[in-house]
Design a protein around this ligand. Structure first.
Ligand code: IFM
Length: 443
């Protein structure tokens, strides 16, 4: 397999996000985010890690972009921190925040790297959470202003935008399970958060297009390949439910199909949060869908699980090879997901906006020989090529991640980067996977 097999115009890139890399969490005018707050609390993050400094990308962005350039990376996906731009999420604008992202964008362009911006990658301003966060419908107004600001300030140079990063992850883990910031639980938090995030997804798309009609606008979703534990009808039904919940809940409303209520009758309760015309407002024709794919899940019927009577058999109990996230090492998930997405006729174009794997890398004599990651990437990319050759309109791939970084509730232990970070010294070391990706792109 060679890069040229994907054609000359295929986009090859790498991604990071603000909260996972920037650090400088309370300086240069930045306000607190829900993750700054959550990670400062005891027992929320493994090893009591926090994201205060992370990779200190704020101070090291130039070095990191030079490293990206050295690795032949021509497209760089990063996110804007809402509280760095607007410390409270509403009202005052922090000019130092604007300056910072201007510097990052301009440096990318000088280095001939195309910047791709994610507007919201989970770092809600803490002030907004205090007034209800995603459960408060007013977020639609605040989000509108924030997106407009981003598009106005940066849209003259940035032509590729993603509105949300994995809304199912931040609403599910943050507002239903309580294992991510802001740590809320239960359906009464989850359903309004879900509905408002789904509305913001399309509002964001609309406003960017309005401000910058020439922009290419997408949004991203997390997808897992779901299989039933057995061919028994009850497990097949369980797999359909898990698939609807994880893979379709946010995707289908934007395609005008509404929430997948047929498979998930409990979602009917979301109608309580509807205002007239919401159904229409959920719909938006994105230029592309960003697919973020890591693994496969096995589903089985479980009468004790409320609302869906189904659950996921943890990969640790399945006697399969695991990544450092305790996810199944299953690169073929990308092929299956791309095929799944190709069944929706209204998806115009797909970019894989995240794919990668965390493994326990070892720095030996200044080198990291991360062969398992290389193998994972090769197999994933081969699956993507197979899907492309079978007619799926996938036009780009962003590796997660350029840098090792703060992996949310898992802290710094799982390392996803193709560049190793020594968090004590902030020294960067290119891993073998980085060299492999560079050579692959160069070919
Ligand atoms: O690190 C995350 C990222 O923020 C969102 N997608 C999944 C990655 C790995 O868990």
């Amino acid at each position: 397999m060679k890069n040229i097999d994907f054609g000359n115009n295929f986009t090859w890139g790498a991604a990071i996000s603000a909260s996972q890399t920037e650090g400088a969490y309370n300086s240069y005018g930045k306000g607190m985010s829900i993750w700054d707050d959550f990670s400062s609390k005891k027992w929320k993050i493994k090893n009591r890690d926090n994201n205060k400094t992370a990779c200190d990308f704020y101070h090291n962005y130039n070095e990191d972009l030079l490293l990206a350039k050295h690795l032949n990376i021509k497209h760089f996906r990063f996110s804007i921190s809402w509280p760095r731009l607007m410390p409270d999420g509403i009202g005052a604008i922090n000019s130092e925040g604007i300056d910072f992202y201007n510097k990052v964008i301009d440096r990318c362009l000088e280095l001939d790297i195309t910047p791709w911006i994610t507007i919201y990658h989970w770092d809600l301003p803490l002030f907004l959470e205090k007034i209800g966060g995603w459960t408060n419908r007013e977020i639609l107004i605040y989000f509108f202003d924030y997106v407009k600001l981003c598009a106005t300030k940066f849209g003259d140079r940035v032509k590729h935008w993603m509105v949300l990063n994995e809304p199912m992850a931040f609403t599910g883990a943050g507002y239903f399970l309580g294992v991510h910031a802001p740590g809320r639980r239960g359906l009464s938090n989850f359903l309004p958060a879900l509905h408002h995030a789904a509305l913001c997804q399309s509002i964001g798309g609309r406003i960017i297009k309005e401000v910058r009609p020439d922009a290419e606008v997408g949004t991203t979703f997390s997808f897992s390949h779901i299989e039933p534990k057995s061919q028994k009808e009850k497990d097949i039904l369980a797999a359909k439910k898990i698939d609807a919940l994880l893979n379709r809940t946010f995707l289908e409303p934007t395609l005008g199909l509404g929430y997948p209520i047929k498979e998930l009758p409990f979602l009917r309760k979301i109608e309580k949060y509807f205002l007239p015309r919401d159904e229409e407002k959920l719909k938006f024709q994105f230029d592309f869908i960003g697919a973020q794919v890591y693994t496969r899940e096995i589903a089985r019927r479980s009468p004790f699980i409320p609302y869906i009577n189904a659950n996921i058999v943890p990969a640790v109990k399945r006697n399969v090879d695991l990544t450092a996230m305790k996810w199944e090492n299953y690169p073929n998930a990308l092929y299956h997901t791309l095929k799944f997405l190709s069944t929706y006729k209204d998806i115009k174009k797909i970019y894989v906006t995240e794919n990668g794997a965390a493994f326990p890398d070892e720095l030996i004599n200044g080198q990291i020989n991360d062969t398992k990651r290389i193998e994972y990437l090769q197999k994933s990319i081969a699956g993507m090529l197979k899907a492309k050759n079978e007619g799926v309109n996938v036009q780009g791939y962003f590796l997660w991640s350029l840098l090792d970084n703060f992996e949310w509730a898992e802290g710094y232990h799982p390392r996803f980067g193709i560049i190793h970070i020594d968090y004590e010294t902030q020294k960067r070391t290119i891993k073998q996977s980085g060299n492999w990706y560079r050579d692959f792109i160069e070919e």
